[in-house]
Every structure is written in structure tokens, then in C-alpha cells.
Design a protein around this ligand. Structure first.
Ligand SMILES: C[S@@+](CC[C@H](N)C(=O)[O-])C[C@H]1O[C@@H](n2cnc3c(N)ncnc32)[C@H](O)[C@@H]1O
Length: 236
């Protein structure tokens, strides 16, 4: 089902035009994705329903649904959700994260991944996810965040006297403002030349190659992914 609700596409970054290519730039190999999803599942014990806000192409909603969770996706972009639908995601609602079309505390859990940096008035999203959840709000946070081009872009805007009024590092900045109740480490890895994940760091600290040509470990291609959970009504 693809339902519609009132949306305001102003002051938000449109994803319609990248819907067909989004997965090729963001998909992670199973060796990286599996520990992330397993970690999320562990932290969702006691939750049966989840709202994925800014569900996009269903990168997280699909595997979490396969784990038995009832996941509903909401997004402002129809093409992004059409892609999710073509991959098998059924419950999708077109809606604006700043005015979520759901009753208070409708879902056990609400998920936020790579959304807050896209919207000027991100604080409204924070209030809305707190309102829609009854148990917890979850975020997937990778460090370091973003890429050098974004860093240069933000710097240039500052120099031009037009700084971006958003959370520059998405949900990571939120966790710095409002400390989460739980943080769990999911995986550490390095990216290869195409910036696709290739080397996983094992618990003993050793590198294990998982795909593609290896690029030597350096601060630029290092990634750590953590799952963060706010489990009190911190946002209201
Ligand atoms: C970077 S993508 C992340 C998608 C998915 N969470 C993931 O991690 O792959 C951001 C998504 O948020 C959606 N989005 C942007 N602004 C939104 C808003 N105001 N309300 C709902 N969704 C929005 C975009 O259409 C896009 O699908």
C-alpha cells in the first residue's frame, strides 16, 4: 500500500532524481550490513512495530522486516518509495517527517537514518519522532560522517556568510546535543577506492578483507558504525 498525506517539500533536500542510483552509492556488502542489522535487532527487543522515517529505498526497513518486525516506511519522495516497493516493501506512506501522519505513540520504535541534515527545521522532526514512538527512537550513526566534498561545501558557505542552518552531521549531531540512553558498537571497517566498504576490523583489531581491491587503512577511509537509542521521552 502507498498512502499519501499532506507534505511540504520546501526547505528539504529532494531525492526524487537520485532514486534510481541511490542504492548503488549507499548499499553495503552483507558482511557490513549483517552486523548492523543484528545489532539493531538486539536493541529492539520488546518492539513489534517500527516506523522508518525517511525510509528511502528501504535499506534498513527491508532487512528489519525480514527479521519479523512490522515496519512502516514514511518518506516525502514517491520515487524513493517506489524503489522500496519494487524491492518488496509493502507498507509505505508518503508523508513529511515534520508533520507525521500518525497518532501519538503509535509505534514501539521509530528509526532515523541520514535524515536530520536534509531539513532546515530538523527540530520539528525530533519532536515528531518522539511523539510517534512509545518505547524508543533509534539512529544508525557512522563516524567519520560525510565526505570531503560536503566538508568543503559547508566551509565555503561559512566563508560566504551563508552558513547552513541544519544539523551538519545528521543524527550524530543530535546525539551530541541529547545524549542517547544506549550506544552499541556494530562494526568498524575501511572503504576501498570506490568508497565501497571492503575491510572489516575484527574484534581482535585485525583487518579482514571482505571484497574488492584493498586500500591501505587511513583516517579518510575508516568507518565506525554505532546504533544509538533514546528510550525516554526526551523529545517532548
Ligand atoms: C539520505 S536518504 C536516507 C534513506 C534511508 N534512511 C537510508 O538510510 O538509506 C534521505 C531520505 O529522507 C527523505 N526525506 C527528506 N526530507 C524528508 C522529509 N521532510 N520528510 C520525510 N522524508 C524526507 C528523502 O526523500 C530520502 O529518501
Amino acid at each position: 500500500m502507498l498512502l499519501e498525506s499532506r507534505v511540504d517539500t520546501s526547505s528539504t533536500v529532494p531525492f526524487d532524481r537520485v532514486a534510481q542510483t541511490y542504492d548503488s552509492t549507499r548499499d553495503l556488502p552483507a558482511e557490513v550490513m549483517t552486523p548492523i542489522i543484528d545489532c539493531m535487532q538486539d536493541m529492539l527487543v520488546g518492539c513489534a512495530t517500527m516506523l522508518d522515517v525517511g525510509v528511502g529505498t528501504g535499506r534498513f526497513a527491508l532487512p528489519l522486516g525480514e527479521k519479523g518486525l512490522q515496519v512502516i516506511g514514511v518518506d516525502i519522495s514517491v520515487p524513493m518509495m517506489q524503489k522500496a516497493k519494487s524491492k518488496g516493501l509493502r507498507d509505505l506512506v508518503r508523508g513529511d517527517a515534520r508533520i507525521l501522519p500518525f497518532q501519538n505513540h503509535k509505534f514501539d520504535a521509530v528509526l532515523l537514518v541520514h535524515l536530520l541534515h536534509l531539513v532546515d527545521d530538523w527540530i520539528r522532526i525530533v519532536h515528531e519522532v518522539g511523539r510517534a514512538s512509545s518505547k524508543l527512537v533509534m539512529a544508525v550513526i557512522s563516524t567519520p560522517w560525510g565526505n570531503p566534498i560536503r566538508h568543503d561545501y559547508l566551509k565555503l558557505r561559512e566563508e560566504m556568510g551563508r552558513p547552513l542552518k541544519r544539523l551538519n552531521q545528521a543524527e550524530k549531531d543530535l546525539s551530541l546535543l541529547v545524549p542517547p540512553n544506549q550506544i552499541r558498537h556494530a562494526i568498524e571497517h575501511y572503504l576501498n577506492e570506490e568508497r565501497r566498504d571492503c575491510n572489516r576490523i575484527s574484534r581482535s583489531g585485525r583487518l579482514r578483507n571482505i571484497m574488492g581491491p584493498t586500500q591501505g587503512p587511513s583516517p579518510e577511509n575508516y568507518r565506525k558504525t554505532e546504533i544509538e537509542v533514546w528510550s525516554e521521552r526526551l523529545f517532548q
